[in-house]
Design a protein around this ligand. Structure first.
Ligand code: GDP
Ligand code: MG
Length: 222
């Protein structure tokens, strides 16, 4: 079909990264979107989000993944961060028990600020540091089952399970939305925007090319 000419993607999905400071969120994001890793612990500067386009069940999915700029240290993440997010990667550090204990608080934060249907995956990062481990995989797996979360151990350093984590969560989201609405792809894109994705809307309006995409979305659905 000629649909592809109109868009570079079928779905634009917003995801957020959350979890304590220092667990590796920014490096997970840079590994996934740019295949880069940085050893120094300078906290994230500047990047609001990064994107990567991937194929899921024959559809082109553009994942727009938001990273904090260090606000998590002060528990000062605003609700704008969560607005419109359909997925969350909740990260802890397998060598720091406290960051795993805090997962509970992050789940509460999601319940308070995010859409109730948000798909959550918990990631135990830094699996390369097995010798320093303070959270067992079994304990984390049990917790995840109890809370109804998907779970994987990851290493941004060794690029272990990073692809898989995002693939899993995006596939889960894709299955939910494609089942729920059974709408043509373009209407769907518009509906996602309507669903309070103000931040995505702003993002789309930032560049002329994106604005054109947005206007096209409007014109095919009205
Ligand atoms: N060994 C190891 N270190 C990591 C891994 N991911 C991140 N780090 C390190 O942990 C520190 C904090 O990472 P960062 O991505 O800034 O964490 P954030 O505060 O959650 O964004 C940095 O020094 C990273 O190099 C990993 O998978 N393995
Ligand atoms: Mg960071």
């Amino acid at each position: 079909m000629a649909h592809r000419v109109d868009h570079e993607y079928d779905y634009l999905l917003k995801m957020v990264l959350i979890g304590d400071s220092g667990v590796g969120k920014s490096n997970i994001l840079s590994r996934f979107t740019r295949n880069e890793f940085s050893l120094d612990s300078k906290s994230t500067i500047g990047v609001e989000f990064a994107t990567r386009t991937l194929q899921i069940e024959g559809k082109t999915i553009k994942a727009q993944i938001w990273d904090t700029a260090g606000q998590e240290r002060y528990r000062a993440i605003t609700s704008a961060y969560y607005r419109g997010a359909v997925g969350a990667l909740l990260v802890y550090d397998i060598t720091k028990k406290q960051t795993f204990d805090n997962v509970q608080r992050w789940l509460r934060e999601l319940r308070d600020h995010a859409d109730s249907n948000i798909v959550i995956m918990m990631a135990g990062n830094k699996s390369d540091l097995n010798h320093l481990r303070s959270v067992s995989e079994e304990e984390a797996q049990l917790f995840a089952e109890k809370e109804g979360l998907s779970f994987l151990e990851t290493s941004a350093l060794e690029a272990l399970n990073i692809e898989k984590a995002f693939q899993t969560i995006l596939t889960e989201i894709y299955r939910i939305i494609s089942k729920k609405h059974l709408l043509p792809r373009k209407q769907h894109g518009w509906l996602l925007l309507l669903k309070g994705q103000l931040s995505t809307l702003q993002t789309l309006m930032e560049t002329p090319r994106n604005l054109a995409v947005l206007l096209r979305m409007v014109s095919v659905t009205t």
